[in-house]
Design a protein around this ligand. Structure first.
Ligand code: GLY
Length: 298
């Protein structure tokens, strides 16, 4: 099989000033993932490497630089899914894990369960030799300032350089035809502590089935959950003869028509063809073309 890789840095109202940072974050994530795939490495290693880059980049709402919850703390969710076994590894409401996607992978590989949350998830992280960090180490000055302003008055996206959501994700297929997808997020600003969005929920923020394709979603979690968007898109891929791009569009159209909400997604069909769509003003994304060159867009 020819390897394939697509990433996103979230569907949101990305202001002009953040466009180049979003594109370069996606470019670096593609480079990290593609190096692995090109060398014959696994799709799982590739999505992990790509998402770690996006989590470490504060322009995105995942890992370091995530939005703060109502208590002023970073609280992250992540998932990875294996398209061969239909097994997922998911971790939610993490407050002390720098790279939530790494913990999600450990859940996938080494845990009898598919989803862990809160203290239990972080205890498992330590057992898996993932070092915990102080919550403050995940907080940026920009998010602290935005949170202070949001707390004072009506929540306003203007305090977040225009952004409301910047969830990240990746979908990859390796030479052996193994398909994996991942999604990671800090969730929504000023969310109630303990709130879990779509991202770490199998079928909502992420899904992979090597018979159909792999999907990672971004946008307003409470709406994405309503239409189980990642699984819905995968079902479209399974059932229709439409292109990957048309399926991505149909999935976002369904989100809009049934929930009147905004969001986006990236996907690979079972041949590794990329698709993406969004109904927000912008979404940052990138993919590797069949000749190995990269395309990024915002
Ligand atoms: N889509 C990210 C969230 O709502 O948490």
């Amino acid at each position: 099989m020819k390897p394939a890789l697509i990433v996103h840095g979230g569907a949101w109202d990305i202001p002009d000033v953040a466009v180049s940072a979003c594109k370069s974050g996606c470019e670096r994530a593609l480079t990290a993932g593609w190096q692995i795939l090109e060398a014959g490495g696994s799709a799982l290693d590739a999505i992990e490497a790509a998402v770690v880059i996006l989590e470490d980049d504060p322009v995105f709402d995942a890992g370091y630089g995530s939005h703060l919850n109502l208590d002023g703390r970073v609280e992250c969710d992540a998932i990875v899914m294996d398209g061969s076994t239909l097994r997922a590894g998911s971790a939610a409401t993490l407050q002390h894990v720098r790279n939530p996607v790494r913990l999600a992978r450990k859940v996938l590989e080494n845990c009898p369960h598919m989803m862990l949350v809160g203290d239990g998830a972080e205890r498992f992280a330590q057992e898996q030799v993932i070092k915990l960090c102080a919550n403050e180490e995940l907080v940026t000055d920009a998010e602290r300032e935005a949170w202070s302003k949001c707390k004072m008055g009506k929540h306003a996206s203007v305090f977040h350089r225009g952004h409301e959501q910047g969830t990240v994700g990746a979908v990859a297929m390796d030479r052996n035809g193994q398909l994996f997808a991942a999604t990671s997020t800090g969730g929504t600003c000023c969310k109630l502590p303990g709130r879990v969005g779509d991202s770490p929920l199998i079928g909502c923020g992420c899904y992979a089935d090597h018979e159909a394709g792999g999907v990672s979603c971004t946008g307003y979690g409470e709406a994405i959950m309503k239409i189980v968007m990642a699984k819905t898109a995968t079902d479209f891929l399974r059932q229709s003869s439409e292109s990957a791009m048309s399926v991505a569009r149909a999935s976002v159209d369904l989100l809009a028509s049934r929930t009147h909400a905004t969001g986006g997604l990236i996907l690979l069909d079972r041949q590794g063809n990329p698709g993406w769509a969004f109904n927000t003003p912008r979404m940052s994304y990138g993919y590797v073309q069949s000749d190995g060159s990269t395309v990024t867009g915002v």
